[in-house]
Design a protein around this ligand. Sequence first.
Ligand SMILES: Cc1ncc(COP(=O)(O)O)c(C=O)c1O
Length: 488
Amino acid sequence: MEREIDKLNEVMSTPSSGERSRDDLAGSRSSELDRESGEVVTASTHAGRLSRPQDLDKFWMPFTANRDFRKQPRLITAAEGMYYFTANGDGILDGTAGLWCVNAGHGRREIVQAVHEQMMELDYAPSFLQLGHPLAFSAANKVAELTPPGLDRIFFTNSGSEAIDTALKMAICYHHCRGDTQRFRFIGRERSYHGVNFGGMSVGGIANNRAKFHANLMPGVQHLRATYDYEKQRFSRGEPEWGGELADELEQLVDVHGAHTIAAVIVEPVAGSTGVLVPPRGYLRRLERIARTHGILLILDEVITGFGRLGTPFSAQYFGVSADLIVMGKGINNASIPMAAVAAKNEIYQTIVDAAPANTPEFFHGYTFSAHPAACAASLAAQEIYAREGLFQKAGAMAGYFEEAIHSLEGIKGIKDIRNIGLLGAIEFESNRSANEEMALEIHYRCFARGLLVRHTGSSVTLSPPFIVKEAEVDLMIDTIAAVLKTF
Ligand SMILES: Cc1ncc(COP(=O)(O)O)c(C=O)c1O
């Protein structure tokens, strides 16, 4: 253990090859809240406090190779604008908006301020006791201003995974309340990620996530084929021309299982975690048409695409598709406090509510921290920033530049495919699978060492910068990746 801590301290105190420092990049903007309280906490004292944990054993890290991390710990201790910072002040350009979620960039003081004020006023309100608090309603109203018309009943959760399972339960509940009790099946899609709870894992299509749990997955789930075909779609810019007809597989599943047994079909409009798989032109509208014909609900998982990533509030508006339930999270409050939500069609809400006897909860579902006051305050503040700074429009406006930039890597040895839409992009690497996955991981490490955060997923690395990204920063991301590729 001691050796691990020594290693950690060594890593944190050795300047990395990144040339950018917190002072260079962000100036010395210390926290206004700290100033107000009279306690001046500088970047370095802040980092010092946080960067030397005594024991790396206890925290079981999510989706992380824990043993490898402990051999070579990498900690980030601060963030500002487009940058993360290590304890010694090196800037790491955030090419991933954290985890596709810090859409307005880091360290937004208005959000901190709103959370601080809310916590001083009302820290927590129990919502299972026939009690509400004003900000929950305001936050729902604000989200409903962005969702497509008619999808304005907002149920808050704390994570995308919870929101996914909430949406699945809403679908079943809705059919039940209409007396359609045989509709128990869900249709998911291969290579989709819908979080890690049992519902989301079951409709999800990622083998590693499902392995070991097969006996426990929800019954009655079928999967559509993934929409990605390398031969027909490689180096597509935006929506691939080929593949809209893949939606017709839903019709085949209806033939096999009977529409009367299918509750809902759930898809990520753009599959993010499996490497930015952009839906083929017309695919989503076709899927919607088939679902509608058969009384099957369409659930769009917009946990990544929601809140402006394609330039519109939700990708439903971008693709011109009408869903029954939209799942969102991440950007809902710029990732500052755990929060996610489901937007349900009025008809779904009304059917469920009207079916219950008076003085009984209509939907036996919810979380202790649903609509937590701090999360609601953060959400309202984030929406205010998005609107005031026109950030969704900025993301849309930057998409063309981003597309040109990422596709400029085409032709570099080892690159097998490049895909993009909005401010989402992926670069996939060649041939043999396990070597590729290692290569993507290694690229992630080498980019980090040069001051850039990219995400590796399977044999791809992905980029999803905050919407405040400038052209020069896009260039820096692409140049860094190109430089790293030369080192192989
Ligand atoms: C499309 C999608 N759905 C659901 C989730 C799960 O969200 P969470 O990690 O907040 O549970 C994610 C997380 O990345 C996601 O990308």
